[in-house]
Design a protein around this ligand. Sequence first.
Ligand code: ADP
Ligand code: ZN
Length: 664
Amino acid sequence: MSTTAPRIQVLLPLPAGGPYDYQYNFGGEDLAVGHYVAVPFAGRTEHGVVWALGSASDLPDAKIKTVTQKFDMPPMTAALRHLVAWLADYTLQPLGNILKLALPTGDVFTPPKRKVKEWLFTSPVPDHLPAALTPAQATARAAITATLGTFQTFLLDGVTGSGKTEVYFEAAADVLRPENNGSGQALLLLPEIALTQQMTARFAQRFGAPPALWHSGLTPAQRRENWLAIQRGEARMVIGARSALFLPFPKLGLIIVDEEHDPSYKQDDSVSYHARDVAVMRAKQESCPCLLVSATPSVETIVNAEREKYTLLHLPVRYAGAQMPTLNLIDLRKDTPPRQQWLSPTLRDVITKNLAAGEQTLLFLNRRGYAPLMLCRACGARVTCRNCSSWMVLHKSENLLRCHHCGRKEALPRQCKHCQAEDKFAPSGPGVERVAEEVTALWPDARITILSSDHEKTLAQNLQHLADHKLDIVIGTQLLAKGHHFPNLTLVGVVDGDLGLQGADPRASERTYQLLHQVSGRAGRAELPGQVFIQTHQPEHPVLQALLRGDRNGFLQMEISTRQAAGLPPFGRLAAIILAAHKEEWLHNICNDFARTAPKAEGIRILGPAPASMSKIRGQYRMRFIMMGPPNVKLQPLLRDWLRHLPRTRALRVQVDIDPQQFG
Ligand code: ADP
Ligand code: ZN
């Protein structure tokens, strides 16, 4: 009998998470790679995953701690372990930091006290799904279903209201059917939690029971219950935010990414990753199809479809002959609103008519609060945030100024810091609250509300009221642009169509096109035809002209050639490094030293140091570098070498962003 206990390496969900060597002794019972275990770590208990067998060090047994517990649950699958390892490598993050995404809570290791609920689809699929897909829908569904069990990426491209959702519902149902191996799970990703509610209801209606949800709005108890049910393979249909990509599915059969172009799929939290790319990689690891869905696909995805890396599925027309809305541009230079007001005479006119017809109106303005800035009328100075390089936004409903970057609030100042003038501050420009004020004054009898992330508590209720026609006019931010379906909404007014058109961001045009197209898609989705009016100072702008002509593909081709000419993704690779510190001069010195150590390799260009687009956030100054390279050169090894030249100190914050969405 061997005298030494077997050794393993355990990965812990911590930024410096190993893997670390441990030994174990469970009286003959073996541990395998993927098992979840509890181990002593820095004087406390941590939960982790067996990452490898054997030892990485030759320390004597006496120095190696012992695994305290092995959990009786299905081990982490090879597919998920490979995904974690791939993402760590791709984003230059420590493995443990990525494991955190896949092991979000220690709770799952404490058995629940009450009985776990019975999950839908533990038994065969209900068969009351409509067989009446249109021929185009049926073709798309059949193409997806034919690839179940193999990796393949699809782009489901179709105008808003063309029945894309119905197609992926049926494809998801096929994952559950006995003739397709029957026991799989399907994951639907949505870009915004606000969308999950409407989708859950629609889903429940179609399938006879609700799906399991996964997003930051769940309680710890719900998270645990859902995580465990997914791990046991009992929760078969999951709707989630991007973090759902790291759930422990034992038999994932299909991943759907709805609104695949949506910028919120890429957020810069602790790890900066693009959910669309991770979805494709997870599907590859799972050998299952991945379905990207959009009415305005991203340039990246369109190019992948053109190169036949992705299979294109197309739904060309709205379901049941519903018409696309008619689109009109309002030239604000001629059709000018009254002073300090924001709705032009033409827009007012059509709203009045729409109200008289008993139909609903959406006014879109992507600006929270009352006014985006406060201006001193004596000297022209603006109120800026003390911690950030941003203007303070007036929220009149709270009688406060708020910074939208650090969340700081302050009372309205009386005296200007620059010229000492008293009581000279005036709000400048419109936010949704200010437009709501104008609307209330113009149509005092209309039932109106504001929908934005500042009104989260009432959001679900208001969306329901909108669907039930208990509201006449809604003033909303981009929250409203996405996916929602309101049958009586026939008029969309875009208050400021120029927002987002200026700026040096390489994706500005694409974003604006997508957003305006998406908002327009809210109009006239049912029997009633819809109209869209976009107010602008530059009606000749190519983005607005493309929208007016309904020439999405022409617009995309134009964007593709611009990117190609500039060597921007997907025709080149891009990475950003942001260095941040409280001491400005020290940071500048670090940046200059760092610039001198930049890698010199064929085809690689380094831009910067330059102030980041937000040059100060929460009291930290921010500088950025951009690395550009040709598509056939991997940037990660170069970055890894380069980053070694930075001083290791807490005073310096380093953020690496592979495939940054913005240039700032
Ligand atoms: P999209 O996801 O492309 O915006 P949806 O799937 O939401 O479109 O479809 C738009 C509307 O048409 C929805 O009310 C949907 O239920 C309906 N619809 C689409 N396809 C069908 C179908 N084959 N049979 C019945 N209703 C359909
Ligand atoms: Zn701030």
